[in-house]
Design a protein around this ligand. Structure first.
Ligand SMILES: Cc1cc2nc3c(=O)[nH]c(=O)nc-3n(C[C@H](O)[C@H](O)[C@H](O)COP(=O)(O)O)c2cc1C
Length: 641
């Protein structure tokens, strides 16, 4: 595979073509590479990735990782040494804050992270216009100083963040300056070009990578986002970067200065390989290596890009978080054993946006690299897993890897449990990828499946330990009329067991209800969502909700918020809604009513089970429909046997 071939840049050999792109992880609480952060990157390096870039490394006090003085050298050097020990090169993405840190911190403390981010985004726009030219030049000096410190710490590559402040200054839309940093193409690129020159001069023998944030054209001819360069200008600027001594270009969608979903596209919203047109155009005019990023997902897609000559290096951001062993698996001819990312954005993007840290929902070890490791069993045991949903499958994997003999009992004839219904609404079919992994590896691990078989206690008593992963069931609200024949539930609709049409009222606008309404709208029904809170899909990701709302508009889905179901009658429902003048009773036409008011744990009758057992996944705790909890509880329980 071409993925496994080395590439030499500026005399430095990268052992293969796999890159981990810059990613703010949320692990770096006090601006240093702490233990969680160190273990995360070390694990990615050990998994066979050739080139890792640390995201947003600030050359001024204030936010994320910092590289400010010689005192920071040991911190970076420790990670650089760990990477070098396994043949991985380490880069830092230099970042220069464009907001007042004290004000930002005060807002975060008093008003929360969301307000802090709003302030940051607003400041970024005003700072770029208002910062005096000397301030911009000061930032350039600081970046060059940081590069020198990075070199002393053994860092191999300096990546210039061509977005953030650069992206705003490069933009025709966001740069409103009238001095030498605004207006013409030459002026808008001046800050960036001067920075390239300053760093080149400060560290002439270091590899310089440039993240070129581009406003990517969409299929409908429109352009995504605001910041960054438009494609024609990006092509022109790439040539300038090569002339100025940049050694490699990372071609990406404009970041931070536009819609976050443009840079970190979640499942089903943008096509795969979103920046390919930009790649083709830029590679026609430069001869330095380029790296591709965003929604590349599978090793076959990586290989095709490399083989087609469309990239020299392929960056896998979320895919490496989901499976850090992509490099090793490709090298060992086991690419089919890669755990493929679903691009759900829940454990990564959503996590850092809510001030937490990256914890992939499918990879329980991610973010917990030091404490979650599969420990080989002292004595192999016979382990039964009841239920082949995502928790059961993960438990079977971990138990088998420990050396146990594992048998899975599933009452249905298909694996996947709730994934089979969660993947049905628009944009979500990529969730099926989560099952492909288990389908490929569990047979190799010798896991035996009993499909269409409900395990009884007599059978289970023949095992040494039982892991119970029987999931959850959908609940209903018992208002008058709840048992009428036109009333069903979201699970049955998404499982195609229940057929509904005409005016359909979906009761509950949480995640499941909101997605079921979207699905019903998509297949042409007239849908109303009834939600007691003030918002439908309140907990949905900021990278996804706007698209859901676009679909609601397209399909004419009506939302009734602060509204409670009171009664169901043939052809209509009666609800009570909160208005400014108090409660009001309203009538909504409903040929069918779909309950989406939540689910509760489903535990089988285990009377008579004489061997030790553990509940995992949805049936194990208070919360249900939570993949992250499912995989983590499964991993921990199986690892403890
Ligand atoms: C949680 C998260 C944090 C990110 N932080 C940064 C960052 O600090 N700097 C940056 O340039 N890009 C950042 N990105 C964008 C990634 O580098 C990458 O372009 C994006 O994830 C798309 O690639 P993928 O589909 O392989 O994940 C981030 C992405 C994610 C998911």
């Amino acid at each position: 595979m071409k993925i496994n071939e080395p590439i030499t840049i500026k005399g430095v050999t990268f052992k293969n073509r796999i890159m981990f792109p810059p990613m703010t992880t949320g692990y770096e609480e006090s601006g240093v590479i702490g233990e969680r952060s160190f273990n995360f990157y070390k694990r990615i390096a050990e998994g066979g990735c050739a080139y890792i870039v640390l995201g947003n490394v600030s050359c001024l006090p204030g936010f994320g990782l910092k590289i400010l003085s010689e005192a920071d050298i040991p911190n970076f050097k420790r990670l650089a040494d760990a990477c070098h020990a396994v043949g991985t090169k380490l880069g830092v993405q230099l970042f220069y804050r464009e907001f007042d840190v004290e004000t930002y911190q005060h807002i975060v403390e008093t008003e929360g992270m969301a307000e802090g981010r709003k302030f940051m985004a607003e400041s970024m726009k005003t700072f770029s216009d208002q910062a005096p030219a000397e301030t911009l030049r000061h930032l350039i000096d600081k970046a060059a100083e940081a590069a020198v410190i990075a070199k002393k710490a053994g860092i191999d590559v300096i990546q210039i963040h061509g977005d953030r402040l650069n992206g705003v200054l490069l933009s025709t839309k966001l740069n409103h300056r009238s001095d030498e940093f605004g207006g013409s193409f030459e002026n808008r690129t001046r800050f960036s070009t001067e920075m390239v020159r300053a760093i080149r001069k400060a560290v002439p023998d270091m590899i310089m990578d440039y993240k070129l944030g581009i406003r990517l054209p969409m299929e409908n001819g429109q352009i995504r986002g605001n910041g960054g360069l438009e494609l024609e200008e990006a092509v022109k600027y790439a040539q300038i970067l090569e002339k100025e001594g940049i050694d490699m270009i990372h071609i990406a969608g404009a970041n931070h200065t536009s819609n976050i979903a443009d840079t970190i596209p979640p499942m089903g919203i943008q096509p795969y390989g979103t920046s390919m047109e930009a790649h083709k155009r830029i590679r026609e005019v430069v001869s330095i290596p380029t790296s591709a990023v965003a929604r590349i997902v599978t090793p076959e897609a990586m290989e095709a890009l490399l083989n087609n000559g469309e990239a020299d290096i392929v960056a896998m951001g979320r895919p490496l978080v989901c499976d850090p062993d992509i490099g090793n698996k490709c090298a060992e001819g086991k690419a089919d054993e890669i755990r493929l990312c679903m691009m759900c954005n829940k454990g990564c993007t959503d996590s850092i946006m809510s001030a937490s840290y990256i914890q992939c929902v499918l990879n329980p070890e991610n973010g917990h690299e030091a404490e979650r490791k599969i420990v080989p069993a002292e004595t192999p045991k016979k382990v039964a897993v009841v239920g082949a949903g995502i928790a059961g499958l993960e438990a079977a994997r971990v138990a088998a890897l420990k050396g146990h003999h594992v048998e899975v009992f599933e009452k249905e004839l298909r694996i996947g449990g709730q994934i089979n219904i969660a993947a049905v609404p628009p944009r979500k079919e990529e969730m099926f990828r989560s099952l492909r992994y288990y389908e490929n590896i569990l047979p190799k691990l010798g896991v035996k499946f009993h499909m269409g078989r409900k395990a009884d206690t007599d059978v289970l008593n023949g095992f040494d330990h039982v892991l119970v992963a029987t999931g959850a069931t959908c609940v209903t609200v018992k208002v008058p009329g709840y048992d009428l024949p036109h009333v069903t539930n979201a699970w049955d609709v998404l499982d195609h067991k229940a057929v509904v049409f005409g005016n359909v009222a979906v009761i509950g606008g949480g995640q499941v209800g909101a997605e079921t309404a979207e699905y019903l709208g998509f297949i042409g029904q007239k849908v109303s969502v009834i939600e007691m809170l003030d918002m439908v899909a309140k907990t949905e990701s900021a990278t996804i909700r706007p698209y859901m709302m676009e679909n609601y508009e397209k399909y004419g889905v009506k939302m009734y918020v602060k509204t409670r179901l009171e009664k169901i009658e043939p052809g209509r429902i009666i609800c009570v809604t909160d208005t400014e003048s108090g409660e009001e009773r309203i009538e909504i036409p409903a040929d069918f009513v779909v309950m989406a008011v939540g689910s509760k744990q489903h535990r089988p009758d285990l009377d008579g089970l004489k061997v030790p057992y553990t509940f995992i996944g949805d049936c194990s705790g208070e919360t249900t429909a939570d993949i992250s909890r499912a995989t983590k509880t499964a991993y921990d329980a199986a690892n403890a046997i």
